[in-house]
Every structure is written in C-alpha cells, then in structure tokens.
Write a protein that binds this ligand. Structure first.
Ligand SMILES: [Mg+2]
Length: 227
C-alpha cells in the first residue's frame, strides 16, 4: 500500500460478512493495516461497530444506525440525529396491530438502538410502511432487516459529520457497500464500490460493481490499493 491510499468507509452486513452476517476473517488484516482512516458505517446499533473497531485494534470512527449515530474517537464527538420517539411509536403501533418486531423478548437488534427501530424481514412490511409514513419516517430494507429511519439521516450525512470532525472531504473516500442504505455515502465518496451481492439501488449508485460477492467482493474492491 502506498501513501495515496484513500480513507475508507465500509458497511458491515453483506460487505464484510457472508450471507449469514458472519465476518469474513480475511477482511480483518486489511482493515487493521489500512494506512488511512477507516470508518465503519452500518445500520447496526453503535455497540456493534465499536466492538468491531475495538477487536480489530483500530481507532473507533463509526456511523451507526444508518447515520443516526456518529462517533469519532479522535475528537471525542458523539452525535445523535433523528426522531427516536417517532420510531418507538411506530414499533408500539405495529405491535398493537398484532405484529411483532421479530427479534424475541430480549431483542438484541433494538436493545442498544438510540435513533431507529428495526423489524425482522419475516414480519409484514406493508403495515410497517404505513405507520412509518404517518410518523414522517421511512422503511429501508437492507437485506438483513427493515429499518424504520428518520429521512433526515443516512450514511451520507454520517460521512459528512465524520469529515467535519476530521477535516477530511467525503470525496477523498473509497466507499464499499451492498445496499440501499449505502446509496447516499456512495454519492458523496470519491469512489463507490458495490459488492456483487448488492441490491439494485446500490449497484446503480456505485462507480463499479465487483465480480465477487460478500467478503470476497470487499477484498476485490480494495485490491487496486493493496498492490
Ligand atoms: Mg449492508
């Protein structure tokens, strides 16, 4: 790797993982040794990307909950955006209709969530979309969950917030992802790469699409910067 390596912003699920959401272990040394800034940008709640950074041994620079939560360790900045009360109201109304969020009693998917709500893909989408719209929220299908999200945030606004803290420009970044929730960060990044398993929106908004899927796709995406 040379000093021209761009900062990297990368999604977790479907991009660093396989189809079961297990991290591909081969991505770990790449992230750990990346010579520029690495930002983990995910729909997951903050503890998951924080833990990933911690176990990788890299600085904790995180966009969580699709942009609702931004943490920049270097400047000790933690920012929340989005209407969590509205998201919780959607969840309550959804349960009152007899549906379930689909993650069991303990619900590790929502337990540490601070701005959004997620619902399992095996639950009905239509009533969720109606309730979300009534609260001014949108439902994103990331391929791993339905995210009830405030449209004022996305991974693009998260990238901008990180850049403001670190005096970087979004256009300096290489972005890698797989889903509709990566589209706005793709638009802002200097180079956006969708892995081959990406959904149609991510593919359309990317500058290139890899031949390989999942973790193999991520490794292919960064290959030009590792030679
Ligand atoms: Mg993803």
């Amino acid at each position: 790797m040379d000093s021209d390596t761009p900062p990297l912003i990368v999604d977790i699920d479907g991009t660093l993982t396989d189809e079961t959401r297990a991290i591909d272990p081969r991505v770990m040394p790449v992230l750990r040794e990346w010579p520029a800034r690495v930002v983990i940008a995910t729909g997951k709640a903050m503890p998951f990307p924080i833990a990933l950074c911690e176990f990788l041994g890299i600085e904790r620079t995180v966009v969580a909950e699709n942009g609702g939560v931004v943490f920049v360790e270097a400047t000790d900045e933690l920012r929340f955006e989005g209407d969590h009360e509205a998201a919780l109201a959607v969840g309550e109304a959804y349960r009152n209709l007899g549906h379930d969020l689909g993650f069991g009693q303990i619900d590790l998917a929502n337990r540490w969530r601070e701005t959004e709500l997620v619902v399992s893909l095996d639950q009905p989408l239509e009533p969720l979309e109606e309730l979300a719209a009534a609260q001014g929220l949108v439902v994103l299908d990331t391929g791993f969950a339905y995210h009830v999200t405030d449209p004022v945030v996305d991974k693009g606004t998260g990238l901008e917030a990180v850049c403001a803290e670190l005096e970087l420009e979004p256009a300096e970044f290489l972005a890698v992802g797989d889903s509709v929730n990566d589209a706005q960060m793709f638009d802002l990044a200097g180079e956006a790469v969708a892995v081959a398993n990406a959904d149609e929106t991510a593919r359309e908004r990317a500058d290139r699409v890899t031949d390989a899927t999942y973790g193999d796709g991520f490794l292919e995406a960064v290959t030009p910067y590792r030679e």
